[in-house]
Ligand binder design. Structure first.
Ligand SMILES: Nc1ncnc2c1ncn2[C@@H]1O[C@H](COP(=O)(O)OP(=O)(O)OP(=O)(O)O)[C@@H](O)[C@H]1O
Ligand SMILES: [Mg+2]
Length: 189
């Protein structure tokens, strides 16, 4: 299957999960993530702010802030196809921005430097056991992730059915260090 065909199949499958199931699977994902060494050692975490039928990260954001960690979310700059990491102090600061993705509004955008990020929690439509990731197809993360520190952890997050055996990968696709689903924990960090 092509990247585009896999994207379509995964959005379809993800949209079929009930809210109740999404919440319970998202809680399992949060449990697996917060058990990671990379999470426990992290001072600054960049995490996607979930929208539509994505694995919910609002619980993770609250948990991390309560644990005294600093949390940033991506703000998308569509003209440059760039991600701006912006610190938030509460999930209540998030409001629908580009494409309805929750973002802090302009006056609350506290930009941090990409080198400060210790752990990135990255969304994907699919992942494979070779740590490949398939995103939404614009190349935002493929442009952003190479700018992170070499010792920072890049963890892809999705539901169990989004982890497949083999994805098509291009040379510019940035591999993950680990992948977490509600029932899998694979990784090297
Ligand atoms: N580092 C890069 N610099 C410039 N363009 C890039 C880079 N990485 C990827 N691209 C471009 O981005 C486009 C989308 O890439 P791809 O299909 O892998 O998206 P994706 O990984 O699903 O998206 P995302 O990274 O936003 O999750 C490709 O056409 C590719 O040429
Ligand atoms: Mg890619």
């Amino acid at each position: 299957m092509s990247k585009q065909e896999i994207r379509r199949a995964m959005v379809f499958a993800r949209n079929r999960i009930s809210d109740k199931e999404r919440q319970s699977r998202s809680q399992s994902i949060e449990r697996h993530l917060t058990a990671l060494d990379a999470y426990q050692k992290a001072t600054i975490i960049l995490t996607y702010a979930s929208f539509r039928s994505e694995a919910d990260t609002m619980g993770l954001i609250r948990t991390a802030l309560e644990a005294g960690k600093r949390v940033a979310v991506p703000v998308c700059l569509p003209n440059e196809v760039q991600i701006l990491p912006c610190e938030i102090k509460s999930p209540d600061e998030l409001t629908p921005g580009h494409w309805g993705i929750p973002e802090p509004p302009k006056h609350l955008q506290r930009q941090i430097r990409v080198e400060e990020i210790d752990l990135a929690v990255i969304p994907g439509l699919a992942f494979d056991r070779h740590f490949n990731r398939l995103g939404y197809g614009a190349g935002y993360y493929d442009r952003f992730l190479p700018k992170m520190r070499g010792d920072a952890a890049k963890i892809g997050v999705g539901f169990a059915f989004q982890l497949v055996d083999q994805l098509p990968a291009d040379p510019f696709d940035v591999p993950m260090d680990g992948i977490i689903t509600d029932s899998d924990r694979i990784g090297r960090k």
